[in-house]
Design a protein around this ligand. Structure first.
Ligand code: ADP
Ligand code: GLC
Length: 485
């Protein structure tokens, strides 16, 4: 089966969130299953310069505001996955964040920048590379939302089925909304600007295009797939999602063991596994030292590695932090995003320098050291399509403390007495989105931390969980089979 993934990020070349981990981890697992899985990416500088063995596939006439458009073929570093990269300097050759300028404002021409990505995907389905043509085109998030629309338009004009399409929603909150006028710059049939099409409340929605035109829709956990059918989490798209319910599937993300595994992680102070956990204490001491915390082996160390946005429920953490410190715990955070949250966490660190350490920024190596060196990882999200850091926490013996939503609910089992008794507990789960509910869960974490034998049992159980990409890859391939014919 020939599969083309279409997306804006891929680890290790360019990553702003979990999407990049998924687009790096899923294709190799599909290759293991015998698929010919490739990836199509915009030529942002880090991607264009990071691809190996680059060869020119095609030169395209000016379009979407790009005077020069070249399609290259190469391979991704580390995984060796085959990659197509669109080099269009006028659209992509900008430093920093791929979506926004230095003032964090989305680029004014984002509709054209990401239309090009989807349009080239549809061209590949029409034979742009004479040596390879996908049977399945699989788009990820709004950046690739127009792909199924361009594919449909090409099929209507050629009268021929070109490829089947899958659209994966990693986060329904990011919709790729643009003005009605932007639509006229996209070279789509005029009739597509319709309630049965890409129109959403008078505007153009890339996300809706994906949801409307794709043959199959997936999202990244079974619980989130259910949640987005409802008003609260459906962002106005729940009606469409309900209508497409038969075509909407929740497939849980995996973890790439070649990147995230405490037995082999070269970024952490010492390696360990569930049978011999001593290395984890070394990681904790090294982390405390590196981040300027008091080096205290017996202080429960809570951590966060996250984008600092409304989604992640970080306001709740700010509310319980003084209590964590008062009870003798410590807290370490790595993240960046919302300026108010950045300031608030910085102020906490300044007030408790021995107990609270905050690093504002993006740092891959530190993220590994934090997840390996901490005792508990906090993920109290308001909503969470899947969430990856709780999975990394499980792998590294860092007990996840999560809110019971989306993929968090699907991956963490609470340390309630009955779950301790039947050895199914892997972390802490709370329900209501408020700081008192979080505080109760945090206190339960302190209590379990004092019962060393129970703690070790939960830790070991978590470390033995399997969240390999093989399971997800198998589910995607069986979905592809349903539509490929
Ligand atoms: P989301 O995609 O919503 O941001 P996920 O939990 O799915 O949430 O994935 C987040 C990914 O980004 C994880 O791999 C996490 O380690 C990483 N990450 C988030 N913030 C940072 C940061 N400041 N520095 C390094 N890695 C980060
Ligand atoms: C999104 C979601 C996150 C998910 C990630 C990868 O960014 O917010 O929950 O894990 O995509 O699918």
């Amino acid at each position: 089966m020939r599969v083309l993934h279409v997306c804006a990020e891929v680890y290790p070349l360019l990553k702003t969130g979990g999407l990049a981990d998924v687009t790096a981890g899923l294709p190799p697992a599909q290759v293991e299953l015998g698929c010919d899985a490739r990836i199509l990416l915009p030529g942002f500088p880090d991607i264009r310069d990071g691809i190996r063995d680059r060869k020119l596939v095609a030169e395209l006439p000016p379009r979407f505001g790009a005077d020069v458009i070249r399609l290259y073929y190469g391979v991704l570093p580390e995984s060796g996955i085959a990659a197509y990269v669109i080099d269009a300097p006028a659209l992509y050759d900008r430093p920093g964040n791929p979506y926004a300028d230095a003032n964090r404002q989305p680029y004014q021409d984002n509709h054209r920048r990401f239309a090009l990505l989807s349009w080239v995907a549809a061209r590949l389905a029409q034979g742009l590379d004479s040596f390879w043509q996908p049977q399945i085109v699989h788009g990820h998030d709004w950046h690739a939302g127009l792909m199924p629309a361009y594919l449909r338009a090409a099929e209507q004009s050629t009268g021929q089925k070109l490829a089947a399409s899958v659209f994966t929603v990693h986060n329904l909150a990011y919709q790729g909304m643009f003005s009605h006028q932007a639509f006229s710059e996209l070279d789509l049939p005029a009739g597509y600007f319709d309630v049965d099409g890409v129109e959403f409340h008078g505007q153009l929605s890339f996300l809706k295009a994906g949801l409307y035109y794709a043959d199959k829709i997936t999202t990244v956990s079974p619980t989130y797939a259910r949640e987005i059918h409802g008003h609260e989490q459906g962002y106005g798209l729940h009606g469409l999602l309900q209508r497409r319910s038969q075509d909407l599937h929740g497939i849980l993300n995996g973890v790439d063991d070649t990147v995230w595994h405490p037995t082999a992680d070269a970024l952490i102070a010492a390696r360990y596994d569930s049978r011999s956990i001593a290395g984890k204490s070394k990681c904790k001491a090294a982390l405390q030292q590196q981040t300027g915390l008091a080096v205290r082996g017996n202080a429960p160390l809570f951590c966060v590695v996250s984008r600092l946005t409304e989604q992640k429920g970080l306001g709740l953490i700010l509310a319980v932090l003084p209590d964590i410190v008062r009870r003798g715990g410590q807290f370490v955070l790595l993240g960046s995003g919302d300026a108010d949250l950045e300031d608030a966490f910085r102020a906490c660190a300044a007030a408790h320098p021995e107990s609270v350490a905050v690093t504002i920024g993006y740092d891959e190596a530190l993220s590994h050291r934090i997840i390996a060196g901490s005792d508990v990882i906090l993920v109290p999200s308001r909503f969470e399509p899947c969430g990856l850091t709780q999975l990394y926490g499980l792998k590294y013996g860092t007990l996840p403390l999560v809110r019971s939503v989306g993929g968090l609910a699907d991956t963490v089992v609470d340390s309630a007495l009955e779950n301790l008794a039947d050895d199914s507990a892997t972390g802490f789960v709370f329900g209501r989105f408020d700081d008192r509910a979080l505080d109760v869960a945090v206190r339960r974490a302190f209590a379990l931390y004092d019962r060393k034998a129970d703690w070790k049992q939960v830790q070991k159980r978590g470390m033995q969980q399997r969240f390999g990409w093989d399971t997800a890859a198998t589910q995607y391939v069986s979905l592809y089979r349903q539509i490929a014919a």
